[in-house]
Write a protein that binds this ligand. Structure first.
Ligand code: SF4
Length: 358
């Protein structure tokens, strides 16, 4: 019988996802009579995409699908220079919602390529972010997905080699691949700072700390969300079964047989209201208590992209009055629990300096 639901904190939206979603929201406000095109899913979450589609936003997988001169948003995962050039050739009003932490990896790739390095990009070959980063210097970059890929790399000078990583990898998997790279190429350079972002690191740290106390982990997120899938894998590697679900409708009663303690978390692109709905269902069905376990607190925020601010000014809108305002999720959550009569307490597991804020 389910007696306790542990709610991981941090979970859900990261600063890059808040910013990217806000960009599309702002454009819908700013240009009510124009169609907003988004190149690729703005973030990897089915609900976020469907909610925007219902408001008229069109998601495309190629720039050719966007009419000349229209508004196009580049998603949080970033795009290659070739896509930017295509957009320019069609005179599109391109608004860049790339997460600044992805842009940082692009900048590293450009810098090392200019210095004559070969770059090994650790990540998932077909993920949008890797495709975009690879496009910065395709002639000197190779993707490494797993240690067995190392044998087939073509390296001209092992002393002029650097590795970079996708921002949303599992820290454990990345460390295994990096260790194998360092054995094969002892002089390979590390990036200046880890490319795996603060949100990925902190959400994984929370699962690592809490999942071992649980019988089951539910991760709210979409199957194409890299960081959500990684949370599921981390839990399973720790020996706690885990399920990745888009929302409460995908839960199955048989999952909870013999489960007393459940951990609920959410990937960086999963909206918090989906977590709330899930908890409400679980409490109503099982009568379980809810505890939020705070592993760290995040304070990262990103401002609106320069391309959007320029468009706002051109349309007579002051971007200063349009700043992204992140709500206080904790007090919103507490109010929601009170409103729904859900028994709730917070457990502080924070260790000073534990939060990564890159
Ligand atoms: S998961 Fe990390 S890199 Fe990706 S959007 Fe969020 S903060 Fe940026």
């Amino acid at each position: 019988m389910l007696v306790k639901i542990l709610l991981a904190n941090p979970r859900g939206f990261c600063a890059g996802v808040y910013m990217a979603i806000d960009v599309v929201d702002q454009l819908l406000d700013l240009c009510p009579d124009e169609v907003i095109y988004v190149f690729h899913e703005i973030v990897h979450n089915r609900h976020v995409v469907e909610r925007f589609q219902r408001r008229g936003v069109k998601f495309v997988e190629s720039i050719a699908e966007v009419p000349d001169g229209a508004i196009v948003v580049f998603s949080a995962h970033g795009v290659s220079p070739a896509i930017r050039l295509e957009a320019k050739a069609k005179k599109l009003a391109a608004i860049d919602a790339t997460c600044p932490l992805v842009t940082k990896v692009h900048a590293e790739a450009i810098r090392y390529a200019r210095k004559g390095f070969q770059i090994l990009l650790v990540g998932h070959r077909h993920h949008q972010e890797v495709v975009g980063t690879l496009g910065e210097a395709p002639e000197v970059m190779q993707v490494v997905e797993k240690p067995s890929d190392i044998a087939s790399l073509t390296i001209s000078d092992p002393d002029k080699l650097v590795y970079l990583t996708q921002t949303t990898l599992s820290l454990d998997d990345a460390n295994t691949i990096i260790a194998a790279l360092k054995i094969a190429f002892p002089n390979i350079k590390d990036p200046p700072v880890s490319d795996i972002c603060y949100a990925t690191t902190n959400r994984q740290m929370a699962v690592r700390a809490i999942a071992p106390k649980c019988d089951l982990v539910l991760v709210v997120g979409s199957a194409n969300s890299s960081n959500s899938v990684r949370l599921t894998e981390i839990s399973m590697n720790l020996g706690t079964p885990a399920r990745l679900i888009d929302d409460r409708s995908e839960m199955k009663a048989e999952w909870f047989v013999g489960v007393e303690t459940l951990l609920v978390t959410a990937g960086a692109s999963a909206p918090e209201d989906l977590v709330h709905d899930l908890i409400e269902d679980l409490v109503r069905t099982h009568g379980a208590e809810v505890e939020q376990h705070d592993v760290c607190h995040e304070e990262v925020e990103f401002g609106l992209p320069g391309t959007l601010k320029t468009m706002m000014r051109a349309r007579g809108v002051d971007p200063a009055g349009r700043r992204i305002v992140r709500g206080d999720e904790s007090s919103r959550l507490h109010a929601w629990f009170a409103e729904h009569n859900i028994p709730f307490r917070t457990v502080d597991l924070t260790v000073q300096g534990s939060a990564i804020q890159n």
